[in-house]
Design a protein around this ligand. Structure first.
Ligand code: GTP
Length: 285
């Protein structure tokens, strides 16, 4: 499905990300609740090194509580603790701040053991494009921004903002370049709009979206299947037809045959949660 990206752009994003990571103690890795695996870059562990990492899964409002519970159990089995947030509405933010603060306690204990003064823990928010990094930063800052300072000796000027006596945050999030491992990942990122600079074809992505839902009708848990969510919203039944035919039918019945408009509408409705809480991934069994 030919989703394109620019190697030069990726190299630059990676350099910036590594520069940001050098300066911090704790990394808040933000993922998209609809695709928590695909919004994880395989190189993250390498980038984070021996720093602390907090796993933040944002857009919790776009999946059902049941799906969230399945993921929480799965992550716990992998030895990870997910922190669920809705950065748009400010849910789950306090817990993330507390977790970051907790890593500072450990860091300061090590400093103390070496005869050093305590200092605030330094954090950065990283994640794929558009997963909600800025929204999270703004929520973490809230009204508690007391000062912001430029630190000398930093090659590129990175600004620290203090979110409490114990935490300082880099004000610019680290963008993980969407290295597209395979077409399935690329499609999911495009559907969720987590792909950034890459360019893709709305109509192909929309058809791929319908086909994906048809392959996995149980993605929407709750009282409705994901395909009946489509039927319900547009009054066009996807049963027995391909994604491509679905888009054509949708365009015919609602958009005077304009498939591009139909595709954009379908994708926007999904992204806004208007098709219901549909996850595009469930934990591997
Ligand atoms: N439904 C929902 N939308 C969210 C949530 N968090 C952020 N958004 C929306 O997602 C979009 C992207 O959020 P940003 O905070 O700009 O994402 P970002 O990761 O900083 O994006 P880049 O700067 O492009 O990398 C915005 O329209 C937000 O309003 C959330 O928890 N739920």
């Amino acid at each position: 499905m030919a989703i394109q990206w620019y190697p030069g752009h990726i190299a630059k994003a990676e350099r910036q990300l590594k520069e940001q990571l050098k300066r911090v103690d704790v990394v808040l890795e933000v993922r998209d609740a609809r695709i928590p695996l695909t919004t994880h870059h395989p190189q993250t562990a390498e980038w984070v090194g021996n720093k602390s990492r907090i796993l933040v899964i944002n857009r919790m409002d776009l999946i059902t509580p049941k799906t969230q519970q399945l993921w929480t159990s799965w992550f716990q089995e992998q030895g990870e603790t997910p922190y669920w947030t809705n950065a748009q509405q400010g849910k789950g933010i306090r817990e993330v701040a507390q977790a970051a603060q907790q890593t500072g306690v450990q860091m300061n204990q090590r400093r103390k053991n070496r005869g050093m003064q305590p200092r605030p823990v330094r954090a950065v928010v990283i994640g794929f494009p558009n997963v909600g990094k800025s929204a999270l930063i703004n929520r973490l800052l809230g009204r508690r921004v007391v000062d912001s300072a430029r630190r000398p000796g930093v090659t590129r000027q990175l600004r620290w903002v203090r979110i409490s006596d114990q935490i300082e945050l880099l004000d610019a999030p680290g963008v993980i370049p969407a290295k597209l491992q395979n077409q399935e990942d690329a499609l999911k990122l495009a559907i969720c709009d987590d792909i950034g600079e890459a360019s893709y074809d709305n109509q192909r992505v929309a058809c791929g979206f319908v086909d994906l839902l048809k392959r996995s009708p149980d993605l929407a848990t709750g009282d409705r299947t994901s395909t009946s969510s489509l039927h319900n919203r547009y009054d066009v039944d996807p049963t027995g037809i391909t994604g491509e035919s679905y888009l054509q039918d949708l365009a015919q019945t609602r958009y005077q045959g304009d498939e591009e408009r139909a595709a954009r509408q379908l994708l926007n409705d999904f992204r806004k949660g208007l098709l219901g809480a549909i996850a595009l991934e469930l934990p591997p069994s």
